[in-house]
Design a binder for this molecule. Structure first.
Ligand SMILES: [Zn+2]
Length: 292
């Protein structure tokens, strides 16, 4: 399985880049829901874009791409941690998606919804940005536009998704230097010749050599992205605590337990009456005194 993320720099140009291939990681996501073809592709593109973005932003925590809307696509979430673990899921309207043209863009699929990117650092407050999108825009165009505006740095993105593989490449111009513009245009022109098959099939270093061998490209130790879910019994309990108690009691009365299935990984969690009682109880450990 090819799951690799390569970062690269150029000796003679203030431009940095990354190339990612997701195979096992992408298939772990596909295996968990019976996604319609059009969503498989968009989901793969967004996973590749998320992995590239998260590495480019170099922050410690979780990057969350989340979109929702009233259209054929109701919800799509991609999360990438700074440890390069990914998880993703989507919900859709089966009838509407069956009728959707195969070339519909994300904005058309969502039917006028919203797209947010949240940076949730391990320490400190989360930051959420609204991602602008228009009908007909590709995922790459949407993310390029977002990066260029939020980071104030020119960014270009190439994405490919096919046959259980998702891949992408990103170039970003580093903060201004005198000759930056010319070398940036030159490298983008070269990168623009990359074929989808190359992004998906060739080892990343071979693709980089093919594109940039005359421009002294330098790579680093590659990272290995992988699928992992961050759900836990504690987090699911936290979600149940956000519900109204009578609502929870109703579920308990109907089924004997509150049954929750994680949308991302399929893991099942059961909370019976005793568990629910403990969740909603005020915890006062025997022999302890609260400090006010
Ligand atoms: Zn999970």
């Amino acid at each position: 399985m090819k799951d690799v993320l390569e970062r690269f720099l150029f000796d003679n140009a203030p431009v940095r880049g990354e190339l990612v291939q997701l195979e096992a990681t992408y298939q772990e996501v596909l295996n968990r829901h019976d996604y319609p073809a059009i969503l498989r592709e968009r989901l793969g593109e967004l996973m590749a874009a998320g992995a590239l973005l998260s590495a480019m932003l170099k922050f410690d925590g979780t990057l969350i791409m989340q979109m929702h809307g009233p259209g054929a696509l109701q919800l799509l979430v991609v999360e990438v941690t700074s440890e390069k673990t990914l998880r993703a899921t989507a919900r859709w309207d089966a009838e509407k998606i069956a009728a959707a043209p195969s070339d519909w863009s994300i904005a058309e699929l969502l039917g006028g919804g919203r797209f947010f990117i949240t940076l949730d650092p391990r320490v400190g407050e989360p930051y959420q940005g609204v991602v602008g999108m228009q009908a007909g825009q590709t995922v790459a165009q949407i993310i390029e536009h977002y990066m260029t505006h939020s980071e104030q740095l020119d960014t270009r993105l190439w994405l490919a998704c096919q046959d259980g593989m998702a891949a992408g490449m990103m170039l970003q111009k580093m903060p201004a230097q005198d000759d930056a513009e010319q070398s940036w245009e030159h490298l983008v022109t070269l990168a623009d010749t990359v074929k989808h098959e190359e992004l998906l099939q060739l080892p990343p270093r071979e693709t980089l050599y093919r594109l940039f061998h005359e421009d002294s490209v330098r790579v680093f130790e590659p990272a290995t992205p992988r699928f992992a879910c961050t759900c836990s019994r504690e987090r699911v309990g936290g979600m149940i605590k956000l519900m109204e108690r009578p609502e929870v009691d109703e579920l308990l009365a109907e089924r004997g337990q509150v049954h929750v299935v994680c949308d991302f990984c399929g893991k099942e969690y059961g909370f019976d009456a005793v568990d629910v009682g403990a969740l909603f109880a005020t915890h006062e450990a025997p022999g302890s005194t609260a400090i006010q």
